[in-house]
Design a protein around this ligand. Structure first.
Ligand code: ATP
Ligand code: MG
Length: 442
């Protein structure tokens, strides 16, 4: 710190270091490059399927999730960050998922007025869970939702879209599980059989399952308790209670997947964590991430729009967990995108700064990525230390704005990647003409 800065800094007791909230992560370089890359791939793919982007609030009325997701769900019972607005007493919640808010928005803005919509979103979600690998309190989802169409073709299209995404992201080792939850009347018939089965095994049910036995027995099938797996596996299958129409819908989805070579397995116990699903439900699962192996889940939710106060309309969608997908990409050894700038500007004397920075502006306008050497406030630092920084940046070229070159109207361009470092001079008054020769993309 310079003397003048030291003098002007107020003397206070050393402040205690503040840290972030548990389970809520900072996403920093170089990792953030992977995030940007993934988001770019998603945007491009969504455009190819003609899905349009929506950006929705992070805070919604608590009632939206209680009504939309169902009161007897993990999320509503124990995972929501809910609070009262101090100023007006409103009950609010940090969104734990994206579908309810999207449906709220679609209804509020009457978006289905002219027919169905294909939409997608990306953003943070909040759930108060026990943080561990692949499970955080602030995490990110990318979701795709199709509203206003009831046919099996959109269920299948969404699955094909997700499957394509794994392909463009280079993910291996992802399998698809499929089930049908039928319609409410079919679930009602199954429910009685399910309760009877679970009651027979009440000795192995945990407290939560006992509580849910009569309020929401289907939820019990979603349990993560290993001690209950065998009871859950032996439970009556909802698939066996489906009527003709539900089965036809399920078969139509399967036929499209078969025709497109998408492999899947039927998991009769797949019920998903929210109450709003009916007919098709699915999850994409990997074995590479331990117990947090579900990277994407979704299904049809034909009754949610009505439940949120809209005119009845069918809908289907999925959401993927960005952290888990990125974890999988890393696990599979994918290299980080190259973050190195094309050039690093070395400025021996402060007097050269105006010219140097003017040249960099022109280079950037031509699409060259250029990193300026930054001094300490007292000087620019020795040539040696500037070259060290240039090497560390990974830049392909150093531009040296030395006094001698400048007097001749030149800047020295020195290659940093080929051992000895070939060097040439380029004129300062025709920067745009030689800019392209510096771009690594070329
Ligand atoms: P899980 O069974 O692992 O708790 P879920 O059924 O609660 O998942 P969904 O509500 O279906 O998850 O959310 C879709 C996806 O979002 C999940 O498949 C997962 O990839 C991701 N996800 C859900 N909760 C978290 C979390 N707490 N941290 C990171 N990712 C999450
Ligand atoms: Mg969960």
């Amino acid at each position: 710190m310079s003397e003048s800065l030291k003098e002007n800094t107020p003397k206070t007791v050393k402040a205690q270091k503040l840290v972030g909230v548990k389970g809520m992560n900072d996403i920093l370089p170089p990792d953030s490059a992977r995030w940007e890359w993934l988001e770019g791939q998603v945007r491009a793919l969504m455009a190819r399927y003609a899905y349009r982007n929506v950006r929705l609030p992070i805070v919604e009325p608590t009632a939206l999730f209680v009504r939309g997701l169902g009161e007897v769900t993990d999320i509503v019972e124990k995972e929501m960050y809910s609070f009262e607005d101090r100023l007006n007493g409103e009950q609010l919640t940090l969104r734990p998922e994206g579908t309810a808010g999207l449906v709220r928005s679609v209804v509020e803005h009457n978006l289905l007025y002219e027919g169905g919509k294909r939409l997608y979103y990306m953003g943070p979600m909040f759930r108060h869970e026990r943080p561990q690998r692949g499970r955080y309190r602030q995490f990110h989802q990318i979701g795709a939702e199709v509203l206003g169409f009831g046919g099996a073709e959109v269920d299948a299209e969404l699955i094909l879209l997700a499957n394509d995404l794994w392909r463009v992201l280079g993910l291996k080792d992802v399998r698809l599980e499929l089930n049908s939850l039928g319609q409410p009347a079919e679930r009602q018939a199954h429910r009685a059989a399910l309760i009877a089965h679970l009651e027979k095994h009440s000795d192995v049910l945990d407290e939560e399952a006992k509580r849910r036995l009569h309020s929401n027995p289907l939820r019990i099938l979603d349990t993560k308790n290993p001690a209950m797996q065998s009871v859950v596996e032996a439970a009556p299958r909802l698939l066996d209670f489906l009527g003709e129409a539900s089965l036809a819908h399920f078969n139509a989805v399967k036929a499209i997947l078969d025709a497109n070579g998408v492999a899947y397995s039927i998991n009769p116990r797949l019920v998903r964590g929210m109450d709003y699903y009916n007919l098709t439900v699915f999850e994409f699962i990997t074995t590479s991430l331990g117990s947090q192996g579900t990277i994407c889940g979704g299904g049809r939710y034909d009754y949610l729009i009505e439940q949120v106060g809209g005119k009845p309309a069918p809908a289907v969608g999925w959401a993927l967990g960005v952290e888990r997908v990125l974890e999988l990409i890393k696990e599979q050894g994918e290299a980080l995108p190259d973050l190195a700038p094309d050039v690093y500007a070395i400025v021996p004397e402060i007097a050269a700064l105006p010219v140097a920075m003017q040249v960099l502006q022109t280079l950037r306008a031509c699409g060259v990525s250029a990193q300026m050497h930054a001094g300490t406030g007292e000087g620019m630092g020795s040539m040696k230390s500037q070259f060290k920084k240039a090497d560390a940046s990974g830049a392909r070229f150093a531009l040296v704005f030395g006094a001698e070159e400048l007097t001749q109207g030149h800047v020295a361009v020195k290659s940093l990647r080929d051992g000895e470092g070939a060097q040439r001079n380029e004129p300062l008054n025709t920067v745009a003409a030689w800019a392209h020769s510096l771009q690594s993309a070329l």
